[in-house]
Design a protein around this ligand. Structure first.
Ligand SMILES: Cc1cc2nc3c(=O)[nH]c(=O)nc-3n(C[C@H](O)[C@H](O)[C@H](O)COP(=O)(O)O)c2cc1C
Length: 148
């Protein structure tokens, strides 16, 4: 099974830490949308889409990617999100778009990520030192479940 993870990680590289741990665990290929939007996923069976949460949603580049024609209905997709408040599912909107496009949505991995947005900066940020080693272990367990 060939697995790709397409990601955007712009705030503190929190998401990048998580997807790198996942990719190493199962030998998946990583595509950073901030380096190139020209991604060919046609040979992949499973695709992960990953970013931080931005205003209760995944990053706009991920949303635009899902809306584009880069994914096909034979592929299975999982979502990864890091966020200051990991108590809300920030991937709902993207999961909904996948459903509308008849693309199989597998599941979501969400974990805390250091957040210094707006007023949080004054207090030194929230979710400090996250993702931590425990989060990365959970991420590895999640990805092994996805590809089994
Ligand atoms: C402009 C902005 C908006 C954000 N909005 C949210 C949000 O709605 N919910 C949340 O839990 N975290 C929010 N965050 C925190 C980020 O999702 C969190 O720090 C994430 O781990 C960043 O991932 P990255 O470092 O991979 O870009 C926001 C951060 C920024 C800079």
């Amino acid at each position: 099974m060939k697995v790709a993870i397409v990601y955007v990680s712009v705030h503190h590289k929190n998401t990048e830490k998580v997807v790198k741990a996942m990719a190493e665990e199962i030998n998946a290929d990583l595509f950073n949308l901030n380096q190139s939007g020209n991604v060919d996923l046609s040979t992949y069976d499973v695709v992960g889409l990953a970013s931080g949460a931005f205003f209760h949603n995944m990053h706009k580049k991920i949303i635009d990617f899902v809306k584009s024609d880069k994914l096909n209905s034979k592929q299975k997709v999982f979502l990864v999100c890091t966020c200051g408040s990991p108590f809300i599912d920030h991937t709902k909107e993207v999961a909904k778009i996948l459903k509308e496009k008849n693309i199989s949505y597998l599941s979501t991995f969400e974990c805390a990520g250091f957040d210094t947005f707006g007023p949080f900066k004054i207090f030194g940020g929230i979710a400090k030192n996250r993702p931590n080693n425990k989060d990365l272990e959970k991420a590895k367990k999640f990805i092994k479940g996805v590809v089994k």
